[in-house]
Write a protein that binds this ligand. Structure first.
Ligand code: C2E
Ligand code: CA
Ligand code: CA
Ligand code: CA
Length: 274
């Protein structure tokens, strides 16, 4: 068996070996990062376009690795999903986000990203309920952001979990809307309260066709009674166009960058008492 292993090993290109090792090293670091408390959450404000009021914030995970520096979520979340670490990591994020939101002015929403693997894991709903109970945050203030990947496998279990969460008053947002295969199909089959237009559409809104797509998504949301949030709003021109077309909410660097808990709390308090 040993010589077989050696033969198998020869199928890898020398460069491939380095890639595999780097990936393995990342997995090892990531595994150790949770007990070492290397993760934290930043919060990005979300604004109601009509009133100009901040309605809540989205929690975005950060990994401060002593050896790697700050690693972007797009670089470690997929690895955490493949190794299954996303389950305890996601549960940590949910508890931490709710704990922070507990000290925000009343009524403000907290949005938390949930991976497909996490939503499908055993006891997910129980974890959510426990995070709410522990923090004292009412279910109506929690929003879970899921992507189409969650819905792609149309298992009864996923549908059941989503229904159960919504019955508690938790809102479900469909993230990165428009980027997947069958965004419209999912809207028909799954209960969602909000759609978040992917920032690639907002970025390209200067293009006539893209602008038409954005207007159509906004109209669709209005028809279906679903809140539409535009992601990645960076300019006044984009915000104006979204306002003119009746988009409900905006999120992006123009409104506010993802910030540390103390900073977002200050922002939320100043906006709430204005
Ligand atoms: P997302 O959920 O679509 O989050 C929005 C991303 O866009 C964030 O990147 C945010 O910093 C960035 N962003 C916000 N406004 C602007 C803008 O005006 N311009 C530009 N160019 N970018 C903007 P971030 O924080 O790097 O997160 C990337 C992705 O990682 C998230 O995309 C989400 O899919 C995932 N992620 C982050 N935190 C978590 C988490 O706690 N759990 C899970 N499962 N996924 C997470
Ligand atoms: Ca999100
Ligand atoms: Ca998104
Ligand atoms: Ca995304």
């Amino acid at each position: 068996a040993k010589s077989e292993g050696r033969n198998l090993y020869r199928f890898f290109e020398p460069g491939m070996d380095a890639v595999v090792q780097a990936r393995r090293a990342l997995e090892v670091d990531l595994e150790a990062a949770l007990p070492r408390q290397e993760f934290d959450l930043h919060f990005q404000p979300i604004m109601n376009i009509t009133s100009g009021e901040i309605t809540g914030a989205e929690a975005l995970m950060r990994w401060h690795s002593p050896g790697r520096g700050t690693v972007a979520p797009d670089d470690f979340i997929p690895v955490a999903e493949e190794t299954g670490l996303i389950v305890p990591l996601g549960e940590w994020a949910l508890r931490k986000a709710c704990a922070e939101a507990a000290s925000w002015p009343p009524g403000l929403r907290i949005a938390v990203n949930v991976s497909a693997v996490q939503l499908k894991s055993n006891g997910f709903a129980r974890g959510v309920i426990s995070a709410l109970a522990f923090s004292g945050v009412p279910a109506g203030r929690l929003e879970l952001e899921i992507t189409e990947t969650v819905l792609m496998d149309e298992s009864k279990a996923v549908l059941k979990t989503l229904r159960q969460l919504r019955e508690l008053g938790i809102r479900i947002a469909l993230d990165d809307f428009g980027t997947g295969y069958s965004s419209l199909g999912y809207l028909r089959r799954f209960p969602v309260d909000k759609i978040k237009i992917d920032r690639s559409f907002i970025r390209d809104m200067g293009n006539r066709d893209t602008a038409a797509i954005v207007r159509t998504i906004i109209g669709l949301g209005a028809e279906l009674g679903i809140v539409v949030t535009a992601e990645g709003v960076e300019t006044e021109a984009q915000l104006d166009m979204l306002r003119d077309n009746g988009c409900v909410e905006a999120q992006g660097y123009l409104i506010g960058v993802p910030s540390k808990p103390a900073d977002i709390q200050r922002l939320l308090e100043s906006r709430a008492t204005r």
